[in-house]
Design a protein around this ligand. Sequence first.
Ligand code: ATP
Length: 328
Amino acid sequence: MHKISKLGVLTSGGDAPGMNPCIRAVVRTAIYNNIPVVGVRQGYKGMIENDMYDMETRSVSNILSLGGTILKTARCLTFHTDEGMETAYQNLKARGINALVVIGGDGTFTGALRFSKKYPDIAVMGIPGTIDNDLYGSTYTLGFDTATNTVIEAIDKIRDTADSHDRLFFIEVMGRDSGAIALRAGISCGAEAILLPEKSTAIDDLIKQLKSGESNKKSSSIVIVAEGDKSGGIYDLAEAVQKEVKNYDIKVTILGHLQRGGSPSSFDRILGSRLGYAAVKALINGHSQKMVGLEANHIKITSLEEALTQHEFKLEEDLLEMVDVLSI
Ligand code: ATP
């Protein structure tokens, strides 16, 4: 059994609400089990630049309600190189760290797995933290619920103004490869159509549907477009539709980075706490090169190898099917 003498914790890749409750759980579970904890700033960059600090139970006081990550995050290209990894390894060894909890997305997990295969005396455990909800091994990832709620709140406000002016809004939400936020937010806000990276969109069908909304005397329509939709960009799409759908004044809104911010929802606070706690317990029990996730409301441990090869968000086809029916 790999006895943990000191644990490092970091957040890496894009920030996601829920990372702070997760860091808090990691730190306190480790200290509760008499394992000293070191916080690594800015992901793998902090490991290479030796930007780390000893954490105490009070280092994570009052962070449950904070969005973002108190440890900061970064994308670090140097960690892709052998030299970068070696420097990071020497820095960990010098501090007596022999286990790491990494909170991030699939890039973060790829780095962690490569690192731990190269230096097996450092145990690693991944925690899925990304608003995209696109990781294998966990039904939900940290931040997805909060980000979806943020999108819903924004779209509800846009609906008020759309309704008052007989407007059709095209709203772009985050999701370069994953339509998870678009789909959930679309159902929650009664979108007339949802355009996803996983599905190709027939513009003619979209126009037909919006025209039928017009003739059904809808006072507003909302089309949600995930960032990664392949129909050629939201502005061109809106222009093409405007030529055909004359009675609506068409507007485009890009929600952008506000989707990443904000206080984590109850769901993300609990998910972060559960996953942080489970990750430390799994390391204590001798697991390494694995991730902890939540499936059917139970903690599940999956090997990073499997998580990275299996891929990913399974589009909820049943939700998609409902869109046309519920928006008549
Ligand atoms: P998100 O889903 O929010 O994009 P992510 O974890 O996938 O999160 P990435 O930027 O892809 O974000 O990866 C985070 C970091 O992980 C990278 O900046 C890099 O330091 C490290 N990383 C990614 N891929 C590798 C790799 N093949 N080898 C070593 N390190 C890697």
